[in-house]
Design a protein around this ligand. Structure first.
Ligand SMILES: [Zn+2]
Length: 281
């Protein structure tokens, strides 16, 4: 173990330097929320799927359509993956979304896609938990800091226990069923998630990732605009409300409802990213 190095004489001065926001969001294009709300008012429900506890399900949303995720029956968090319906190499990029918007997202913020497209895939239109803000522990709701619970980390930390209903496996089976492939082939398409309804943060003293009981209650929902045509996959996490543990069947778990709405009005998809991809050559 490395021992702490000696403090330089100006240590406190160096610590006292003010932080600078990495990506000033004033230059980030702002979605026209009034336009999106007007489209939503004229939209019709076209499908729905109920995600059973400790399972995953997929759903499709047309460009300019909407999808709503609702907690039903009991408090439950969900792990969300998104792909371009027509090109699954374009997928949700949780890390860049975090860098642009912060550790948690809510109304008016967007889920960004991977390189080289880097464009909005979905915009949060409504969030019944946006009253929560940031609590005294530094916790907030709908995070882009967690990855997803998975059987590999669980095996590592438990001495080899085999648990098959982590969100990574639930999403892998859901994608496998959609694509007609084996879960082992599906899992390479599964990526870091938006943790819907999950309440998380980093401890102030040790910087560790924490979760706490979600404030979600049955009837709460988060609704998104599909900026491009989407394939979505949602897992009802084995952690339930994530107030105690995950990666087991010990916690009470509940279903999640996904409803999809469509509008006939014309829709302009966001353009792919403007970088020319020459990388200087
Ligand atoms: Zn999970």
């Amino acid at each position: 173990m490395q021992h702490p190095t000696q403090h330089p004489p100006d240590a406190e001065d160096r610590r006292a330097v003010s932080p600078v926001i990495c990506y000033p969001t004033q230059s980030l294009p702002t979605p026209d929320m009034a336009l999106r709300s007007a489209r939503r008012a004229a939209a019709q429900k076209v499908s729905q799927v109920t995600v059973p506890p400790r399972q995953g399900r997929t759903f499709e949303v047309p460009a300019g359509g909407f999808f709503r995720i609702t907690s039903i029956d009991g408090p439950q968090v969900g792990d969300l993956n998104l792909w371009n319906l027509h090109d699954h190499s374009e997928r949700f990029y949780s890390g860049k979304t975090r860098a642009l918007h912060g550790t948690h997202i809510t109304t008016g913020q967007q889920m960004w896609s991977s390189f080289p497209t880097l464009r909005p895939m979905a915009t949060v239109l409504e969030d019944t938990l946006n009253w929560y803000g940031i609590d005294p522990f530094g916790g907030s709701v709908h995070d882009v800091i967690g990855t997803r619970c998975d059987p590999y980390t669980h095996a590592l930390l438990s001495g080899g226990d085999q648990y098959h209903h982590c969100c990574h496996s639930n999403l892998s089976r859901a994608y496998a069923d959609h694509a007609g492939v084996a879960p082992q082939d599906a899992e390479k398409y599964v990526h870091d998630v938006l943790n819907v309804f999950m309440c998380t943060g980093f401890t102030r003293d040790t910087g560790q990732y924490f979760m706490k009981q979600s404030p979600v209650r049955p009837g709460d929902y988060i609704e998104f605009v599909a900026e491009i045509p989407l394939l979505g996959a949602l897992s009802a996490c084995p952690g339930g409300d994530c107030g105690s543990e995950h990666s087991s069947d010990k916690t009470p778990c509940f279903p999640l409802l996904v409803e999809v709405f469509s509008s006939d009005d014309p829709w302009q998809e966001p353009a792919k990213n403007g970088y020319n991809r020459s990388h200087g050559r």
